[in-house]
Ligand binder design. Structure first.
Ligand SMILES: [Cu+2]
Length: 353
């Protein structure tokens, strides 16, 4: 909320605008109090002792001391206890911040030089701004297109690194309507300092209005277009060629190969965002059971599919209901059985031309 440099708005602490903010502040204040307390104590004793035990005459020689066990135990035990309190308290607050509640609404965040791109589950997209309603829980799934960035909202006391090739998470529940700063807090190049934006926390009615205004196009739709454009459809519309992707999100998928090696029957992985991402970027990392290694699926690297498009594809796959796979538009090569009995297929366009 601190929007100007006027002294009247000067705040020692940022506004507490999320559900975790009070807990974070309390811990911070505790650590600060301990630090200030110890510093003051040491300084005062320094002066007092310098006066009390100063050398009073030339012949004044201090008594030699060879250790003091009780004293040493005392000054080891007390700081250890204080540090352990900080540690366990820190772990408690940290684990609250890290583990998102299950009912959180997911928002995808992509950082790139030098902007934040955000996508709502309904497909609404924003750049350098985030609109959310007060009182609802949101989970950010954060990644980066190019270099490491860091997504930070100080008034919410949350921050997470945006790392290329990885989905990091964080969550928050905004508690006060208002406008809050959004920063990149990892130096990411010349215009790093401009990689900023606003989080608009709105009353529920305002938020629904905003959502409706924004709902054109949408990510699912973009994803669906890509699904055809990138030829995913040529394989993924026929269960004999490739697994159907209907309703696979957050389901357990049985795999046959991992990193090129066969795995025991019944080995399953959860088809969450990272699995879908990996399946598209590195099809050979895990092969769906019943399909051969290496996968016939092309590697969709960064030149073919940007991080943003990848998220649109994932949004589309998430939304794909039973029987929803669009009809194939192109002829595709037919399956060629191999000696092992497993099916292999030619890549689209390579066999029938
Ligand atoms: Cu950045």
């Amino acid at each position: 909320m601190v929007n100007s440099m006027f002294a009247s708005e000067f705040q020692l602490f940022p506004t507490q605008a999320s559900s975790v903010a009070p807990a974070v502040d309390l811990l911070t204040l505790f650590i600060l109090a301990v630090n200030v307390g110890i510093t003051v104590l040491v300084m005062v004793l320094l002066v007092v002792f310098a006066i009390l035990f100063r050398r009073k005459s030339e012949s004044d020689l201090p008594k030699a001391i060879h250790g003091n066990v009780p004293l040493e135990i005392f000054w080891t035990a007390i700081p250890s206890v204080v540090c352990l309190v900080m540690f366990f308290w820190g772990v408690k607050v940290w684990s609250e911040i890290v583990v998102a509640p299950r009912d959180a609404t997911e928002i995808y965040v992509v950082g790139r030089q030098w902007m934040w791109k955000l996508q709502h589950p309904g497909g609404q997209r924003e750049i350098n701004s985030l609109h959310i309603p007060v009182g609802s829980t949101f989970k950010m799934i954060v990644t980066a297109e190019d270099v490491i960035h860091s997504f930070s909202i100080p008034d919410f006391r949350v921050k997470v690194d945006a790392v290329p090739g990885r989905y990091s998470q964080m969550w928050f529940t905004a508690t006060k309507p208002g406008k809050y700063h959004l920063y990149c807090t990892e130096f990411c190049g010349t215009e790093h300092s401009r990689m900023i934006g606003w989080v608009h926390v709105m009353e529920r009615e305002d938020y629904s209005r905003w959502l409706n205004e924004q709902a054109e196009g949408g990510d699912g739709l973009q994803g669906r277009k890509l699904f055809t454009k990138l030829q995913c459809i040529t394989c993924h519309s026929d269960a004999n060629k490739a697994p159907l992707l209907e309703e696979i999100f957050r389901k357990e998928r049985e795999i046959g190969f991992m990193d090129g090696k066969p795995v025991a029957p019944g080995t399953r992985v959860l088809a969450a965002e990272s699995y879908l991402r990996e399946s598209i970027r590195y099809p050979n990392a895990k092969i769906h059971r019943g399909f051969s290694y290496p996968s016939i699926m092309p590697v969709y690297d960064r030149d073919l599919v940007s991080e943003e498009e990848l998220l649109q594809l994932i949004t589309y796959i998430r939304s794909l209901k039973q029987g929803d796979t669009p009809a194939r538009t192109e002829e595709t090569p037919s399956p060629q059985p191999t000696a092992g009995g497993e099916k292999t297929f030619a890549a689209p366009g390579s066999g029938n031309k």
